[in-house]
Ligand binder design. Structure first.
Ligand code: ADP
Length: 246
């Protein structure tokens, strides 16, 4: 497998405090890769660096072999690196279908999709429905986003993200706050949508990614503590220690 995303010596300081220290990450094309770690490990900061919301203090980011360290957020998104929207970014008063349609219209024609006429948006109906099918939400197409269960809101968020046709999908704690049976459903969904793309996900809890991820990178205090498949990292005494008391 070839490497799609790579960081070299990625470092971020906030006024002298090192939140991410010299991180070398290699995400293989087609893999589901998890970034795991206790609170404050630096996971969110790494995501913010990858999506260009933060500028690194030092280090480089390579995407598909190209140095993208100094690209703007919109440019990295155009290359196919898309981060899952937060739930707050879906419109609760609009139906599931309307939410996905807006994302499709935004992808097709710039940022003012919300103001487009209904006719323009209706062109995206078929594709929007097919994306809702992909995330098992077809029967909720006409339900307002605000009325969906928590787990289904996350699925809708993933559908709107897929509308942007990512090659590298960055998922921000997709299982956070979920009940046990919902976690299984979202894991199955992530597996399904990962076909033909690469997924990098941040997750606090090591256990929930056990059956899902090809590779796990464990961060602690901004540094890579351990890396490998679940069987390897879950047995690593440094990982067990890092999770004690969290
Ligand atoms: P995680 O997502 O693993 O919980 P974060 O990346 O959010 O960790 O944070 C890593 C460390 O960096 C924490 O100690 C946090 O307080 C600090 N940090 C994050 N963002 C900022 C910021 N904008 N200014 C100062 N410190 C920050």
């Amino acid at each position: 497998m070839s490497i799609l995303l790579e960081t070299k010596g990625l470092t971020k300081e906030f006024r002298g405090f090192v939140a991410v220290r010299s991180v070398d990450l290699a995400v293989e094309r087609g893999a589901i890769h998890a970034l795991i770690g206790p609170n404050g490990a630096g996971k969110t900061t790494v995501f913010n660096l990858l999506t260009k919301f933060l500028k690194p203090t030092a280090g480089r980011i390579l995407y598909d072999g190209r140095d993208v360290t100094s690209l703007a957020p919109a440019s990295i998104a155009r290359l196919g690196v898309v981060r899952s929207f937060q739930i707050s970014a879906t419109f609760p008063q609009l139906t599931a279908l309307e939410n996905v349609r807006i994302a499709l219209a935004a992808k097709a024609g710039g940022s003012f999709a919300f103001w487009r006429s209904d006719k323009t948006l209706e062109r995206h109906n078929a594709r929007a429905l097919s994306l809702l099918e992909d995330v098992n939400l077809a029967e909720f197409a006409d339900t307002r986003a605000g009325e969906l269960s928590y787990g289904r809101k996350r699925a809708l968020e993933i559908a709107t993200t897929l509308a942007l046709e990512p090659d590298l999908l960055l998922l921000d704690e997709p299982m956070a706050g979920m009940a046990h049976e919902e976690i299984g459903r979202i894991a199955a969904l992530i597996k399904r949508i990962a076909v033909g793309r690469t997924v990098l996900m941040v997750e606090h809890n090591l256990g929930v990614v056990a059956d899902l991820c090809d590779k796990i990178t464990v961060l602690r205090s901004g540094e890579i503590l351990a890396e490998g498949d679940y069987a390897t990292v879950s047995k690593d005494p440094r990982v067990i220690e890092a999770y004690m008391g969290t």
